[in-house]
Design a protein around this ligand. Structure first.
Ligand code: THU
Length: 260
């Protein structure tokens, strides 16, 4: 019974891996996080010319779930084996015990039944009004979902994709700081995981810091994935400003030779 669910999730993880961005390793990784009601959330590996900025597929799925307000994960399956550190990561992140049920399957400890995977959970947002002010207000709402036990500093991001989806991302922190991610990178990984690779606009809200701009790591990731897309930033009482990743990272490292 559990094996049947695992196999269904393996098929989904394999499909999801097709959305990974892995031009350097050429080894796409896809992860599927099953929720308690049978809906599931995809995650993908997103590489960067600055290698250590890679977004891990498990962290991508977990962070997307967190941003969607879902922490009721019951099983996670990947199209390649998990590492021992992944068990610890998820156990700490979800404050519950997790174990390897198979090299490519993590389950909440003690689970004896799992729902059949149904539809993927749609995390995209809908709006009646797509004016700049309305979209910045939406980014501000997304910031309210930030998981920030370490900093108390919320950031919200909304990516408008070329096919009209509105993808949210908020910052999701972890007690191991190296495994937390900023709002911008989660939004980009979520967009990728759901198969969106072209973007029209990025809206950011950083309600507590009127002079904030995207951090260096996010600049590098945005520079590679969406160099010339307009990024509109709202910072509390300051008036919104518009920029692009290319403007934020002049002379940035492109790594073209690494991709061939
Ligand atoms: N943060 C973002 O989400 N985006 C940025 O561009 C800057 C920083 C988050 C990361 C961390 O959760 C908190 O803000 C403090 O750095």
């Amino acid at each position: 019974m559990l094996d049947d669910v695992f196999n269904q999730l393996r098929g989904l993880a394999n499909e999801v891996s097709g959305n990974a961005y892995t031009p350097y390793s050429k080894q796409p990784v896809g992860t599927v996080a099953l929720l308690s009601n049978g809906s599931w959330i995809p995650g993908v590996r997103v590489e960067n010319a600055s290698y250590p900025l890679v977004i891990d597929a498990l962290i991508s799925a977990y962070s997307t779930a967190r941003c969607a307000g879902r922490i009721d994960l019951v099983a996670v399956v990947q199209n390649q084996p998990f590492r021992p550190s992944d068990v610890l990561f998820l156990s700490e992140a979800l404050d519950s015990e997790w174990e390897l049920a198979a090299p490519d399957v993590l389950t909440r400890k003690g689970i004896s039944e799992l729902p059949n995977p149904a539809k993927s959970r749609d995390v995209s947002l809908t709006v009646d009004n797509d004016s700049e002010a309305a979209m910045l207000a939406l980014a501000n709402d997304v910031a309210d979902c930030a998981f920030i036990p370490e900093s108390g500093f919320p950031v919200g991001c909304v990516v408008v994709t070329e096919d009209g989806s509105i993808i949210p991302g908020c910052n999701v922190e972890h007690s191991d700081w190296t495994r937390g991610l900023c709002a911008e990178r989660i939004a980009m990984a979520t967009a990728r995981a759901y198969g969106h690779s072209s973007y029209l606009r990025i809206y950011l809200s950083c309600p507590h810091e009127p002079t904030a701009t995207p951090c260096g790591a996010c600049r590098q990731v945005l520079f590679e994935l969406t160099p010339d897309v307009l990024i509109v930033m709202a910072r509390g009482s300051a008036s919104p400003e518009t920029t692009t990743a290319e403007q934020l990272l002049p002379g940035g490292f492109r790594g073209d030779a690494l991709r061939s």
